[in-house]
Ligand binder design. Structure first.
Ligand code: NAD
Length: 498
C-alpha cells in the first residue's frame, strides 16, 4: 500500500482525515513514492490552536535553552544528512551530491540559529535626557507561517522555522506538495531533538492551505518562497490581512563575462551555474552576457556544456537529473521551441532527451542558445530548466543597463580580472546579491538572502540579522529612577543646552 504522509499537529504525526490525496512521484520513473493529503480545515485549525498554546510556554523559555534545542537539532541533522539527502534526491530528482548540498546549506542556518542570544540583543543608550536611559528588546511575535517551494525541500524549510523558533515563536509549515517527504523527515528530527509539542506543526496541500495561512488572524507572519505570481498573491493577501510578509520569488540571473577574464574559469563556472540542479535553482545563471572579445568563447562554452551527463540521482557521473514533473519538462521544452521560432541560435538542444533505464523520466538535456535578444520569451521568462541563453554586448555599461532593465533582481555576477570593472559593476547593478568571479553568490547565514525587485516582496529577508528582525518585534523602553531628593520636573517638553 502507498505510504500516506501524515500531518504534524500538536506533537503527533497523525493521518489526515482528508478525502483528497496527491501523488508524490519519482521524477525519473513516475513511480508513486507516497501520497500527500490536502489537510482539512478542522486539522489546520487544530494546528493553529496547538501553535498558540506552544507559543505561550515557549516565549518564556530562556534564550540559552532555545539555543540548546537548535544545537541538538543541528547535531541530529548532521548525523542524518546522507539519509535526508537520499529521500530528497529520490523525490526531487537532484543528483545525490547536489542533494547533499541542499541539506548542508540548511544545516548552516540551524548552526546560525544556535547563536540566537547574541543575534537578538537589543540596544541601550544611557542619558538620552538627564538621568533617563533608553533600551530596546526584541520580543517574539506569536505563531509564524511558512510556505516552501519544491526546488530546495531541505534548505528552504530550514531557512524559516529554526530562526522563527529560536526567536521564541511557534511555527506552521506548509511544504511543497511535490516533495514533502524531505520536510517531514526534518520535522521528525526536530521532535527527536526535544521540541515541545505544538512548536512546529506541518500541514499539507496547495492553494487552499496557503490561503488559510494568509487569512487566519492568529498567524502573525508569513514567509513564502516560490514563483512570482504566487509570491505576489501571498504578499498582497497577507499584507491586506495586516500580517508581516516576506515573499521570495522567481529570477533571471545574468553573468557578465568580460574579455579580460580567465577563459577556462569562465567556461567551468558557467557550465555548473547554468545546468546544476537541472537549472531549477532560483540563483542559477540563465543568461550570460558576453562583452566584446568574450563573444569569441562561444565554442568553448558549448563544448563544456555538452559534456554534462544527464542521469538518475544515484548515477555518480551525472551532472544533472530530471526536472521535477512532466509539466515542468513540457514547459521547458515549449520555451525552447519558442526560442527557436523567435530566431535564437540553438547550439545544444536538450529536448526529447531520454536516459537508458529511465525512459519515463522528466529529463531535459543541457541546452544552449546564442544570439538571444531581449524581446524573446526565453529571455523574458524564468525557464527553470538547464537552458543557458547567451547575449552579446559591446561594453560593460551596456551589459549593466540590460540587467537593470530586467524586472528580476535576485542574483548576478561578473567574471573579470579588472578591479575597476568589478567595483563599477557592484556599485551600479540593481540586483540584491552580487558575485565577483563567483557565479552563484548565495550569502552564508550570518548575512541575509537579499533578492531585490521582482524577486522579493517585503522588507526583511531570510536568515542573518534580518530574519531576527522579521521574527521579532522591537520594544523600546525609556526609564527614569527618582532619587529621594528629586523635585518635580519642568512641564516644558525639552531643555536644550546652550
Ligand atoms: P510555486 O509558486 O509553484 O509553489 C510554491 C508554493 O506555493 C508551494 O508550496 C505551492 O503549494 C504553493 N502554491 C502553488 N500555487 C499556488 C496558488 N495558486 N495559490 C497559493 N499557493 C500556491 O513554486 P515552485 O514551482 O514550487 O518553486 C519554484 C519557484 O520558486 C521558482 O520561480 C523559483 O525561482 C522560486 N524560488 C525562489 C527563491 C528565492 O529565494 N527567490 C528560492 C527558491 C525558489
Amino acid at each position: 500500500m502507498t505510504t500516506k504522509i501524515p500531518n504534524l499537529i500538536n506533537g503527533e504525526f497523525s493521518q489526515s482525515k482528508s478525502t483528497t490525496f496527491l501523488d508524490v512521484l519519482n521524477p525519473s520513473t513516475q513511480e508513486v513514492l507516497a501520497q500527500v493529503p490536502l489537510t482539512t480545515l478542522d486539522e489546520m485549525n487544530q494546528a493553529v490552536e496547538s501553535a498558540k498554546q506552544a507559543f505561550k510556554l515557549w516565549s518564556e523559555v530562556p534564550v540559552s535553552d532555545r539555543a540548546r534545542l537548535m544545537l541538538r537539532y543541528q547535531e541530529l541533522l548532521k548525523k542524518h544528512q546522507d539519509e535526508i539527502a537520499t529521500i530528497l534526491a529520490k523525490e526531487n530528482g537532484k543528483t545525490f551530491a547536489d542533494a547533499q548540498g541542499d541539506v548542508w546549506r540548511g544545516i548552516e542556518v540551524v548552526e546560525h540559529a544556535t547563536g540566537i542570544a547574541t543575534l537578538s540583543m537589543g540596544e541601550t543608550v544611557e542619558n538620552v535626557a538627564r538621568s533617563i536611559d533608553c533600551h530596546s528588546i526584541q520580543q517574539p511575535i506569536g505563531v509564524c507561517g511558512g510556505i516552501t517551494p519544491f526546488n530546495f525541500p531541505a534548505m528552504i524549510p530550514l531557512w524559516m522555522f529554526p530562526m522563527a523558533i529560536a526567536c521564541g515563536n511557534s511555527f506552521i509549515l506548509k511544504p511543497s506538495e511535490q516533495d514533502p517527504m524531505t520536510p517531514m523527515r526534518l520535522a521528525e528530527l526536530f521532535m527527536e531533538a526535544g521540541a515541545p509539542k505544538g512548536l512546529l506543526n506541518v500541514i499539507h496541500g496547495t492553494k487552499d492551505q496557503v490561503n488559510f495561512i494568509l487569512d487566519n488572524p492568529d498567524i502573525k507572519t508569513v514567509s513564502f518562497v516560490g514563483s512570482v505570481p504566487v509570491a505576489r498573491h501571498v504578499y498582497e493577501r497577507g499584507s491586506k490581512n495586516l500580517k508581516r510578509v516576506q515573499a521570495f520569488a522567481g529570477a533571471k540571473n545574468h553573468m557578465i563575462v568580460m574579455p579580460d577574464a580567465n577563459k577556462d574559469q569562465v567556461v567551468a563556472n558557467i557550465t555548473g551555474a547554468s545546468c546544476g540542479a537541472a537549472g531549477q535553482r532560483c540563483m542559477a545563471i540563465s543568461v550570460a552576457v558576453l562583452v566584446g572579445d568574450a563573444q569569441k568563447w562561444v565554442p568553448e562554452i558549448e563544448a563544456s556544456i555538452k559534456t554534462i551527463k544527464v542521469g538518475n540521482w544515484d548515477d555518480e557521473s551525472a551532472g544533472l537529473g530530471p526536472l521535477v514533473s512532466p509539466e515542468a519538462k513540457q514547459r521547458v521544452e515549449r520555451l525552447i521551441g519558442e526560442g527557436v521560432d523567435a530566431g535564437a541560435k540553438l547550439l545544444l538542444d536538450g529536448r526529447n532527451h531520454t536516459v537508458k533505464g529511465f525512459e519515463k523520466g522528466n529529463f531535459v538535456g543541457p541546452t544552449l542558445f546564442d544570439k538571444v535578444t531581449e524581446e524573446m520569451s526565453i529571455y523574458k521568462e524564468e525557464i527553470f530548466g538547464p537552458v543557458l541563453c547567451l547575449v552579446h554586448a559591446d561594453s560593460l555599461d551596456e551589459a549593466i543597463a540590460l540587467i537593470n532593465r530586467n524586472p528580476y533582481g535576485n542574483g548576478t555576477s561578473i567574471f573579470t580580472q579588472n578591479g575597476y570593472a568589478a567595483r563599477h559593476f557592484q556599485h551600479n547593478i540593481e540586483v540584491g546579491q552580487v558575485g565577483v568571479n563567483i557565479p552563484i553568490p548565495v550569502p552564508l547565514p550570518f548575512f541575509s538572502f537579499t533578492g531585490w525587485r521582482a524577486s522579493f516582496y517585503g522588507d526583511q529577508h531570510a536568515y542573518g540579522k534580518q530574519a531576527v528582525r522579521f521574527y521579532t518585534r522591537t520594544k523600546t523602553i525609556t526609564t527614569r529612577w527618582f532619587a529621594e531628593e528629586d523635585k518635580a520636573f519642568s512641564p516644558n517638553m525639552t531643555i536644550q543646552l546652550k
